[in-house]
Design a protein around this ligand. Structure first.
Ligand code: ZN
Length: 107
């Protein structure tokens, strides 16, 4: 991989360009969102976490909360609050951003 980074590579809200996550915080790019491909991140910023709800996902029952842009309220993805199956526990406290909802900056 080429290394010619001037600053941190960030992802921004597709709507208002607030910075919402860092490329270095990506755990996986192989997630499925409601609008196609989605990325799993360890951290998020400038977002608001909505109410928790239980959802049956492809990988089983999870407690999740939608995450919205703190600036423009665009729904960007969700946070995994709790996973009920041992193999899915690594997702707890992590954030999903829909690929369609975020744009690259500083790449
Ligand atoms: Zn926004």
């Amino acid at each position: 991989m080429a290394e010619f980074i001037a600053g941190p590579r960030v992802y921004s809200c597709c709507n208002c360009r607030s910075h919402v996550s860092l490329h270095d915080d990506i755990i996986s790019k192989a997630f499925q969102g409601r609008h196609g491909r989605a990325f799993l991140f360890t951290h998020a910023m400038n977002i608001v976490v909505g109410p928790k709800e239980d959802r049956h996902l492809l990988t089983g029952l999870h407690t999740v909360a939608d995450i919205c842009c703190a600036t423009c309220d665009e729904v960007l993805g969700w946070k995994y609050e709790r996973a009920y199956e041992a193999l899915q526990k690594y997702k707890e406290g992590k954030f999903i951003f829909e690929k369609l909802k975020i744009v690259k900056e500083n790449w």
